[in-house]
Each structure stands twice: as structure tokens, then as C-alpha cells.
Design a protein around this ligand. Sequence first.
Ligand code: IPT
Length: 957
Amino acid sequence: MSFRTTPSVDYVEDVSPGSGALPPRAWYASSDATSLSLNGSWRFRLSATADAEDDSFAGDGYDAADWAEVTVPGHWVLQGQGAFGLPIYTNHLYPFPVDPPHVPTENPTGDHLRTFDLPADWPADGGAVLRFDGVESCARVWLNGTDIGEFKGSRLPHEFAVGHLLKPSGNVLAVRVHQWSAGSYLEDQDQWWLPGIFRDVTLLHRPAGSALDFFVHASYDHVTGEGTLRVDSDVDGRVSVPGLDIDVATGESVTVAVAPWSAETPKLYDGELATEGERVPLRVGFRTVVLEDGLIKVNGRAILFKGVNRHEWHPEKGRTLDLETMREDVLLMKRHNLNAVRTSHYPPHPAFLDLCDEYGLWVIDECDLETHGFTEQAWRDNPVDDDRWTPALLDRAARMVERDKNHPSVVFWSLGNEAGTGRGLTAMAEWIHGRDASRLVHYEGDWNCRDTDVYSRMYANHAEVEQIGKELDGGTHKRRQLPFIQCEYGHAMGNGPGGLADYQELFEKYERIQGGFIWEWIDHGIKHPELGYAYGGDFGEELHDGNFVCDGLIFPDRTPSPGLVEYKKVIEPVRIEGDGADGTVRVTNKYDFADLSALAFEWSYQVDGETVEAGTLSVPSLAPGESADVKLPEPPADRRGGAETQWTVRALLASDTAWGRKDHEVAWGQFPVSARPAPSVAATDRPTASEKLIYLGPASFDVRTGALKTIGGVEVTAPHLDVWRAPTDNDDGMDWQTETRIGSLWRKYGLHRMRHRLDGVELSDDALTVRTRVAPAAWEVGLATAYRWTSDGDRLKLTVSVTPEGDWAVPLPRLGIRFGLPEADAVKWFGGGPGEAYPDSRMASAVSRWQSTVDNLQTPYLRPQENGARADVRWVELGGLRIEGDPEFWFTARRWTTEQLDAAQHLTDLTPDDTVWVNLDHGQHGIGSQSCGPGPLPQYFLRAEPAEFSFVFSALG
Ligand code: IPT
């Protein structure tokens, strides 16, 4: 005999999208129909399984006074300080056994309950709709005791008709949310698993005769300069656009002269759809997206995506974002020259798309679909190739397209991410193409491009991108006709990515390549009381992928990381190149649509990094693609003979815009006029030895070891050759790249445990020379290293000569010297800045005089690693010393050793010791993108080769 004591929860494991919800439709905020936000504090009860509790809590008069409370919208695991369970981070592994559509019995289930009264002015007539904008991963809903349905599709809206159930007061809304459901198999994105009602809950009044669904078709004919508007509406009405004198019936087309919408010129016309019962505001952007001549064209022109992948993220609220946070993302993107967003890997909160329309960003709107974990079983049982799941896939496609179809910013629909291939995807693409012929379809997972309008890849290396650009990549006949984008590249995990400038060169060189999207926008670190920011594993997950979830261009608090600053420079819309010798500057407009009239140009002239004169530069308002050579003024009379001089030309916003203030810097270029004279120190002083010390100029050395002890009054921990850096995430690479992961090769060859053998301390008439061999245990390789010290009595010069010995199979992490200073705080330098730079991420480094502090030189990557190097440094002053380089050097200073940096897992593991450690490097190895993509290009390798470099030390004042 079998019997059941608990309610049926069969829907949790049902592959269907759900039942009871209204058909999907456009998302809009009505001008006049009332609505009631149900956001706020809700009663909350967490159960360990889907069926632990019956549904009596949904009924009238249930007393939930002893329940906890959560804030809606929100994720329960980010509330309650651990009392409601904890976040889990996995990249692609399902955190439960793969047995679709089944989920574990242990299925955290959150019962949410709130009561509400209708506002006094809530109209008595008409209906009402209850809208959920996002619930992870499956919900069942009751209103006033009536079961109104259940749904899946976490980042998609679901609406229910509830007018007949409402009472003026004491309405009881009960929502049961299950963390795991059949839908979880479709939501295996690389991110935290965060259950909850994480987007808004709203009750919408629906007056009789209100608008239901409508589709704004607003195209632009670049030949005639006219736009054509037609609004198809389920409910007849009138469409007006006062700015264009348009007043037509729904369904009727009207063609008038308009200014088109583009990401660069986001012209929106305010309008209105008026049905008998409702007025709906419209923001119409006219643009036409086509695939023509094998290119993605908007308004007749091929566009170049300078994009980023954006997950929704807030360090305390997870994927619950408020409007101001969304706006901050858009403003940061615009201010850093980005022009495109892929909404990886699900449709964002709809308000984000409003912002993209308003400020101007091209959008690839991606469906909430990823089944990546099936790759572990060779894609066997993949839901996207199993007809039983196709209704769920089509439901997801429709919910995305219907919700977002009225946004001019959306130019591509993306079927999802990393879901393999299959009939379900084809069905989605066919449905989308049929429903909306005005946009293109994207999906990366099928390199044959069966269902897509663009050949899209992720992390292809430079050489392959070049082959694709040259159309030598082969592939199916269909693929060969298509343009190419990198929907993900430049993996911004930790320090990096490197190599962006080299990609951009290819993107600009080959017409077929229409740009790319950096992976990704923001580090998904979770604010944590002890660790600062937590990442995978910090909540004791049994499976996790560590800090792979922290791979953004901005830190969790939205501070730009050096990667974003670099990207801004790489994709700048104006190229400024110059020839210092003949005093001209070549300005090229790299926008796709805009001329340069929004920009003002400024020149300045630097002597030894200090600006001695500046002025405005008049540059013609070039059309896209045009260049002009502009004469610079006569260089100011050189006030210091023999100095290094250069021009800097900058392009600034000429006046305030929606996203940036007047004088916001958009682009810049620098070009030298006269080169820097190398520092010279005559070797006139003679080293003398006492019982314990050797004296030379301002310095003293240990007589036995030749180790430097003091310079002037400054005691130093002696400089030694240093080749080690705390491997970056991009050095470490991912385990699928076993062969080439440089971080593990470095450790294998012992570059983190080099030993220094003293071979001789030699005093001559004009120099102290210390000979050493620097080498790791167990290997034959070594670096014969001589330190030659000379002085003119005042200044001290060190020349380091390095000769590799043995068969060096690996490049070096860095090559230079490390020494310690007892104290240092303020730092001044002449060289690259203001931020860090590495050989393949140095475009944003501008040569000037800079100042900072030792603490502010650090870049706070969530997992500590090499950071903070300043490039091209001519001289630096810190801790009572001035150090000049011949040639220029990489400068780094920190309050802990490289070894401590390497050992740390979180920033909170780093505590200052009583020495400031300074690295002066002749070379650094490139950074690359191997935390998911290719390593550095060969030209950025730091090979073990004979090298000689010098530093001149003097004590300050
Ligand atoms: C790719 C994913 O699409 C993205 O979600 C993220 O996981 C990224 O990698 C790495 O951070 S998939 C990868 C196997 C190329």
C-alpha cells in the first residue's frame, strides 16, 4: 500500500516550463495604470526538502509570526548570516548528480509570505496581473489560498492574472521557491548558485481596454534618411510621437525624416501608445540591423563591437541590482569607451536595457540557457537535444524576445551559452527568426553556425583570429559567408588581460572581424566579514572553482581595475599618432557613426615629464574613418638643455554629455621630441675596505659578502637578483592547458626558490664587483650574475650583468633586483603611470611625473598575485633614495615580500612587515589571458638571455 502525506511537488522535476502563467509580452511601465510594488520584507521559512511542509501556509489566517524575515528582492543565502544556507560557486559542474530532470531530495525550499492591502485609490474595475521579474529556480504561487501556478526560468518574467482573487485588504501572497528544479539543468552558467525571489514582485492594475502586448518596429533607411514606424498592438489604439508629428493608428506605418539611433548617437523619440484603457510611454529609436555582404550592418554601416560580458552583480546583494547600480555600470562602460554589452548569460533586469537605449550601447541579449555540465559526459542527455525539453527552451526564448523586443539597443538575440548543439537550439532560432526578422541571432556553441547569423567564438588566439580575418579558416559553406565576433576574449581574471592591443589591431584590420566582448565586467566577490571578499570555496562548498568567479574588469565595489583602464585606451574612438620631429599629429576618427564635433583637442609639451606649456588644438570634425594631419605649435623654447621632451595630445568631451562631464578624457597620444639622456656617473671614487666594511662613495658594503648595507644615511636590505613574481591567475592558467601553463613550469624549475652562490668580491681602482651564480636546486640552469658598483663620490651606480647558463626551457617571470628599505611611504616617479602596466598591458601607461604612496601602488586583486608594476620608469624617489635607471625600468614596491604575496589567498592574509620591498626590473614576462584563453604572444616572453642594466642611487636631501 502506498500513500502520500505531503503535497505533490512533481512540478519541480517536470521538464515543462510551468503552468498558470500568462503568455509573455512586452515589459513596460504604464503612464496611468496603477501598480503596487510588493518588494519589501517578507516572512520566510526555510525547509531542507521540497515537500517538508504542506501548503497550509498559503491559506487564510495562517500565523507566520514565528517565521524569519527576508528582503524581497533578494537571495536568501545572502541574508540571515548563514542561517539560511550559503552560496555555492561552480563554473560548469552541476553541484548535484547529473540525472536529468531529477534533483536531490536535499532541495533548500524557501516559503515566502506576505500580506498586502490594495491602496485606497486602487480602481474597482478591470483586472490585475501579478508579475515576478526573476525567481531562482522554481516557484509555486498562491494568492489568497488559491494555487495560481508554478514556473521555472529564473531570469525571465512570469505574470499571472489575479484580478478575480484580490480583496481590498488582507491579501495573502504565498510563494514557495525551490533552489533546485529541472530548470537548474538549463541554468548552469558560470556563477554563484543563488536561490530566491531576486527581482521585483509587482501587482499591476489592468484597466479595461489596457494595452496587452505591442511591438514597436522602427527602422531607418540610411539612403533616404527616413525612419518608418509601425506599432503592432494586441489592443488597437493610437501611436503618437510629438517630436516627429506622428499620430497614427496601431498597425499603420508612417515614414518621416528622423535622426537614427546608434550606440554612439542614441537618439530616442518620446512617444505614446494610447489604447482605450491605458497610455504607455514609448521611447523610439530608429535603426535597421542587417546581415549584408557578410557583415553586420546597422543603418548601412558595418559596426565594430568594443564590448564586455556583463553578469549582474552586487557584492552584498548578488544578482539583485538597484537602478543606480545598473546606471553605474552603464556610465562606467560609456566613460571607458565601451560600445557594446553581451548580457551574459541571461536577460538582465529590464531597466538595464532602458539604460542601454538611453546612453547608447549595442546589446546582445542572451537567453537564460546553459547546460555546460553535460560536457563532462560528452553531452549525453543534453536537454537542448532532447525534444522533451524543447517546450521549455521555446518558452525561454519567447519570454526573452517578448519582454525585450522594444529596445533599440538590442541588435542580437543570443540563444544562450555553452549548451552544446541540438534540435532544441534550432527550434529556438527558427522561432526567434520568425518572430523578429529585424534582429540577428547569435550562439557560440555551434561552430558550424547552423542556427546563427554570425560566426562567434570565445578565446580564439591571435593567430586564429587572423586566419578567420583572412577567411582562411575553412568551416561550413554557411560559416564562410558570415562575419566573425569573439563573444568572449581577454579573460580579465586577476592581473590582466594582456594582449588586448594586439587583438584590437586584428579587429580593425580585417573587415570580417567585427570586434569582441571581454570576459567579463565585474568580479563576483561576495562581501565577507573576515575575508574581505569571498570567492568559490570560502563557504565550504564540496565542489567549487575557487576565484574563477573573480574575472572582471571592475572590482566587486565597482572600482575600475587596471584591465578596464587598459581596455579604454585600446578601444579609444580617436587615434592620435604623432611625429615629434616634424611637429605634426595625425588624428583618425574611429567611430562608426559619429563625427568628432563632440570632442575638443588639447596639446601639451613636457620637459622631463613636466608640462611647461599647453593649449588647444583645432582638429577638423572628421567623418568616421577619416584622418587629418594637424600641425602642432612651435615647441616652447627648451628651458633645460639636454632634457627629455615630448608632446601629449588629448581628446576631451567638449561639453557635458549624458554620461560624461566636459573635459572627460576620451583618447590621447604621446610622442617624444628629444630622447632622454642616459644618467652618467664617472667612476672616480675608489673602494676602500676596513675590517668589516667596504666604502664606496655614499655607500657601505659587507666586506665578506660585498652586500650593500647603507646609502647615505639609509640602511638597505641588500639588492639581489630577483626573477620571481607571485604568479598571476593568467600565469597559472587553467588545468585544461596543462602543456603551457607558465606558472606551474616556473615552480617546476624552482624559480620561486633560487639560491645565490657567492663566487667573489673584487675591489679594483674604480669598482667593487661581486660575482654570484643564481640557480635553483635540482637543475643545471643558472644565471651568472655580476654586480658592479662604481661612484663619483656622491652617487652610486650599480651595473648588473646576467649570463644564463644551461638549457633554459622556460622564460623568466621577471629579471631585476629586489632590495628592502626600512621605511617608505610617499613615492614620486618619472615614467609610466598612473596605474600598473605589464609588457602586453601597457597601452594606458602615460609618461609623466607621478606620485603615490606605497599602499596606493598596490592593485587589490581578490586573490593576491603580482601587481603594481610601473613601466618605463626613468627615476623614482622613495624612502630617502633617488634611483635612476639606465635603461628605463619597471618599478614595484610593497610592504610584503613576493613570497608572502604568493602564499596569500585573500587580501586579508597580507600584513605589512617592517620592510618596504622594492623591485627594479629590467624585464617582466607578459600577462596574456591563459586563465581561460591563450598565454602571452611570443614577443612578450621574457627569455633568459644575456642582459646588462644599471641603476644610479643617491640619498635625498
Ligand atoms: C566561458 C564561459 O562562457 C563563461 O561563462 C565563463 O565561464 C568563461 O568561460 C570563463 O570565465 S567557457 C570556457 C570553457 C571557455
